[in-house]
Design a protein around this ligand. Sequence first.
Ligand SMILES: [Ca+2]
Ligand SMILES: [Ca+2]
Ligand SMILES: [Ca+2]
Length: 260
Amino acid sequence: MSTLGLPKISIGLATLAVVVGAVSSAEAFTLTTFNDRESWESAVAGDFNEENFNSFTIDSSFNGVNLDVGDFTLNGTGNRQKIDAPAMDVPAFSVDGSPMILGQTDSDSSFMVKFDLPVTAFGADFDDITSQGVTQLIADSDVVGSIPLNGRFFGFTVDSNITTITLNSANGGFDGFGMDNFVYVSSNDIPVSESPTRAMQMPSDIANPFVPVEFSPTRGIPLTFENIRATPFTFSPALGLLGVGGIWVLFRLRKMVGKK
Ligand SMILES: [Ca+2]
Ligand SMILES: [Ca+2]
Ligand SMILES: [Ca+2]
């Protein structure tokens, strides 16, 4: 097990930055890799999801197409990149004889796992990994590491949110392999594609800060213009002070400009 500290730029304040000016922050996140499943399971306190692909009864390609597998979608390019159901196309790559990913990495071949919800930990079993080329695992845009030769399990935990896992070749060399028994920990965040922006929430906050904002994470846009108009206005002392402060600043600015 090894631990890496990696720099990451936070874009969480992007919307706010437009309002208050240039705000940016850089934060480090800690990523820990595991070469055995027991240690990984212990690190996530036994609280994780699994996907073993055993519901696939026929070979199903994700080469150049999205293949939805419950909590995530697979998409690959190059050669192979399929869920291989028995009879196994390459028996030597079989992880445990059950349906699995038959993957390949080389200069033209790679594939991606895109999660519906961000994850904070991921792992999988492999067979014949890194036997010729060097297959590496990438979390979002950060290289987690090369998967050890013939490693049975490879996984990581991270104190950050990861949405995509990519497997590609670190050296351009060819590597074909089996991959099965995904394990992952979903964060408690709302879905990435349906996350309402701060801007969408603000009109309601301003109109009536004393009424809790209600929105469903499963709905795309929680508020419409009609919602905002229908919200009764209540005077906010805090916003009133902000408003008075803003007018005072404008007044001072005008005076300063007028002096020049
Ligand atoms: Ca399987
Ligand atoms: Ca097959
Ligand atoms: Ca191989």
